[in-house]
Ligand binder design. Structure first.
Ligand SMILES: *[C@@H]1O[C@H](CO)[C@@H](O)[C@H](O)[C@H]1NC(C)=O
Ligand SMILES: *[C@@H]1O[C@H](CO)[C@@H](O)[C@H](O)[C@H]1NC(C)=O
Ligand SMILES: *[C@@H]1O[C@H](CO)[C@@H](O)[C@H](O)[C@H]1NC(C)=O
Ligand SMILES: *[C@@H]1O[C@H](CO)[C@@H](O)[C@H](O)[C@H]1NC(C)=O
Ligand SMILES: *[C@@H]1O[C@H](CO)[C@@H](O)[C@H](O)[C@H]1NC(C)=O
Ligand SMILES: *[C@@H]1O[C@H](CO)[C@@H](O)[C@H](O)[C@H]1NC(C)=O
Ligand SMILES: *[C@@H]1O[C@H](CO)[C@@H](O)[C@H](O)[C@H]1NC(C)=O
Ligand SMILES: *[C@@H]1O[C@H](CO)[C@@H](O)[C@H](O)[C@H]1NC(C)=O
Ligand SMILES: *[C@@H]1O[C@H](CO)[C@@H](O)[C@H](O)[C@H]1NC(C)=O
Ligand SMILES: *[C@@H]1O[C@H](CO)[C@@H](O)[C@H](O)[C@H]1NC(C)=O
Length: 628
């Protein structure tokens, strides 16, 4: 799949990749999903295809004013309910849909969703409320869209995180009346979300602790940052991890890639003032019809990172993963050859780009699809049917920033240069937001005022979970909490939202073609989900707000005999024994004293300074974070 400015929009891509279903197989071999779908289902996990009830909830258009929608002050908001395991009094899991259509597969059982573990364990009810506007991409025209169109100047004023939070609060308050069949009285509501919905989960309990008993915030970027170049750190760390894991070639691939990007940027600088020479250079990449240097650079360097945010099989070039093609050594050996010259690397980048375009269905250098996908142009059609990816771009451009851009070289090098071209800096992100027509001027003060505290959300009963190689973890409470009544776990070797897939068998397989993600030992997998479930136990069984008491110990080598929790999803833990030496994290809540920006171990060993992020954040705070 081709994406225009993949870097800017990567969080939105979670709509597609949040759950690893419908995977492309790599090199004809089985993917992670084929494997786990074939695997025997542990008895503790709800079987697939649970019945789902759906319908429309009568929602308020504007919770803060009196803006009217297509039907006046109310609109139909789509919801899904999974009640097969429910017993009156049981907890209600609000699975937050976020920037994609509400997806029944998260709450309808089967491997690949944490909810499948929660429902049978607690006799819970699972519900999912479609985020306002995002039903626009469903097959029902205008579903959950309160307005007649998606005009940013008028209609999309109603597309804010605050409105979404009040949608959920209103839904929860009305729930006992609207759904009397569930006999809901003082049932505990637990919110669950990953990525932007992870942030919504944290913000929902922050704003409405009277409604939400516990909030699972997976990969939740609650710190809003416009110039989010730190994303690149984990593209580097994650790609190096994957490349070394599958091809045992250390960091040679990221060295080669960043040297190629440097050669690319250097060449651009030398031809950019000479129109004919610049066009000639672009044509070598099949980009003659993409005159804007940022669009060109994004097309060439933007998609490479795709496989880091989720899992390697998520970024493909034809029948292969981008990881295999760039880092495997077979297709384009120069990328992993430390002795390759800059000229050879640049030619390799050209050939790789052409290969990538060809294997994604582009017919040749003059295929009009190239101009259509890669040129940033003013959008003229704000009809609901043309929603495309603009809804998420609108939220990012107006409220969150989240520009996944190249780091300024003054902040140090990532390997030999930057992961993304230097022509994809924050000014290109602004160009994108403004040219499309989502916002007039990113810096003119029209940006919605928004501040829920950044990282400093002290509300109790939040569970922060982040993947070790998730590029978004910089904007979340990674391995740190903001109050003793929160928990923060790191899913080692994992990336974005992988904890929401729930426990999966076969993680021990570490060959790319056999597929498995995250590549962790079964022991770690079991102890990790044991900690997650222990937190849910504490919320649901406990009488008051509490953190889990440690079932594992920080000291290495301790063997803890199995609790009830140790059997969850764990076909391999039937012995009921967990060796905590395999986990590097303590299960006790971290204290507030840890600096929130401390670079994780895999980053500090690199060429750039670990102190750089702090400086960058201060700079961003000054200009770009939007206070109420
Ligand atoms: C939704 O609620 C409003 C206000 O109470 C009411 O006027 C409207 O008819 C309701 N819509 C539906 C479909 O019930
Ligand atoms: C508007 O009202 C019509 C008629 O009741 C209904 O079919 C439609 O779903 C409503 N649209 C929204 C967005 O509420
Ligand atoms: C509804 O739930 C309450 C509290 O859990 C219980 O006392 C009552 O008997 C239930 N009513 C029905 C009809 O199930
Ligand atoms: C291209 O033009 C810019 C701005 O006029 C100038 O700063 C730069 O040095 C020029 N580059 C070359 C290679 O001439
Ligand atoms: C990809 O795999 C399919 C099925 O094996 C095959 O038919 C197709 O030719 C392959 N495409 C390429 C570009 O290798
Ligand atoms: C690039 O592709 C051209 C045309 O197929 C080929 O002649 C050349 O050897 C390739 N170079 C590299 C470095 O892959
Ligand atoms: C992975 O674990 C499964 C289940 O414990 C086991 O059957 C399989 O042999 C293991 N595979 C490898 C490569 O260790
Ligand atoms: C992470 O991956 C590395 C490399 O395969 C492996 O050695 C390590 O055991 C894994 N960590 C966990 C916690 O499973
Ligand atoms: C919490 O409740 C669940 C469901 O009743 C039970 O399986 C589990 O053992 C309980 N956990 C604790 C720590 O009490
Ligand atoms: C998390 O923090 C603990 C305590 O500071 C530390 O020992 C551990 O190594 C950290 N884990 C990760 C993955 O950074």
């Amino acid at each position: 799949m081709l994406t225009n400015f993949a870097a800017v929009l990567a969080l939105a891509a979670s709509a597609v990749a949040l759950r690893p279903n419908g995977l492309i197989s790599t090199n004809g071999a089985k993917s992670v999903v084929d494997l786990y779908l074939d695997a025997p289902l542990p008895p503790s996990i709800a079987p697939p295809n649970l019945p789902i009830t759906d319908g429309y909830f009568n929602q308020t258009v504007d919770h803060f004013g009196n803006q009217q929608g297509v039907n006046g002050s109310w609109f139909n908001q789509y919801y899904l309910i999974s009640d097969a395991y429910y017993k009156p009094g049981g907890p209600i899991f609000l699975f937050i849909a976020g920037e994609s259509v509400a997806d029944a597969s998260f709450i309808s059982g089967g491997l690949g969703s944490l909810v499948s573990t929660l429902l049978p364990r607690y006799n819970g009810l699972a519900v999912s409320l479609e985020h306002r506007f995002y039903g626009a991409s469903s097959d029902v025209l205008g579903r959950s869209v309160p307005t007649v169109d998606l005009n940013p100047a008028t209609s999309l004023k109603l597309l804010t995180a605050e409105q979404s939070i009040e949608d959920m609060a209103n839904f929860i308050r009305q729930f006992p009346t609207v759904f009397p069949q569930y006999n809901v009285t003082d049932n505990k509501w637990i919110s669950i979300g990953g990525s932007y919905p992870g942030s919504l989960s944290a913000w929902l309990i922050e704003k409405h602790p009277e409604l939400i008993h516990g909030a699972h915030a997976a990969s939740a970027p609650v710190l809003l940052e416009l110039d989010f170049w730190r994303y690149s750190y984990d593209v580097d760390a994650g790609m190096t991890f994957q490349s070394n894991l599958y091809f045992e070639n250390g960091d040679s691939c990221m060295q080669g890639w960043t040297r190629a990007v440097k050669a690319f940027d250097t060449k651009i600088a030398s031809v950019i003032n000479d129109s004919a020479a610049f066009t000639d250079f672009r044509s070598k990449f099949w980009f003659a019809s993409v005159p804007n240097v940022g669009d060109f650079a994004s097309g060439v360097t933007g998609d490479f990172a795709g496989g880091v945010q989720y899992y390697p099989q998520d970024a493909t070039a034809g029948n292969y993963t981008v990881l295999e093609v760039v880092c495997g050594g077979e297709f384009f050996p120069a990328f992993t050859d430390p002795t390759a010259s800059d000229e050879l690397l640049l030619e390799t980048l050209q050939n790789y780009t052409v290969y990538y375009l060809e294997t994604n269905g582009i017919l040749g250098p003059d295929d009009p699809v190239i101009a259509e996908y890669f040129n940033t142009v003013p959008n003229t059609d704000w009809s609901i049917a043309n929603a495309a990816s603009y809804l998420w771009s609108y939220q990012a451009c107006t409220q969150f920033g989240y520009g996944q851009v190249a780091q300024p070289l003054s902040n140090g090098l990532i390997e030999s240069w930057s992961v993304y071209s230097q022509y994809n800096d924050v000014s290109y992100y602004e160009y994108f937001c403004e040219t499309v027509g989502l916002i007039k001027d990113l810096n003119d003060g029209t940006i919605t005022d928004f501040d829920f505290g950044g990282l400093a959300i002290t509300t109790p009963n939040i569970l922060w979970v982040n993947g070790q190689y998730d590029p978004w973890h910089w904007l979340s409470n990674y391995n740190t909490t903001q109050s003793p009544e929160q928990q923060s776990f790191v899913y080692l070797n994992a990336s974005h939202c992988n904890d929401l897939w729930g426990p999966l068998p076969m993680h021990n397989i570490t060959s790319l073609t056999e597929g498995s993600w995250p590549p962790v030992t079964q022991e770690f997998e079991d102890s990790f989900f044991e900690k997650i479930i222990a937190q849910y136990d504490a919320w649901i069984n406990g009488s008051s707000a509490t953190t889990t008491t440690a079932t594992t110990s920080a000291s290495t080598g301790t063997t803890v005999s199995g609790t009830a929790a140790s059997t969850i999803g764990g076909s391999a833990t039937s012995t009921g024994s967990v060796n905590t030496a395999a986990t590097s994290g303590s299960s006790t809540a971290s204290s507030n004293s840890a600096a929130p920006y401390t670079a994780p171990a895999q980053v500090t060993g690199n060429l750039y300074s670990a102190a750089a992020p702090l400086a960058a954040v201060s700079a961003v705070l000054g200009a770009m974070i939007f206070f109420v």
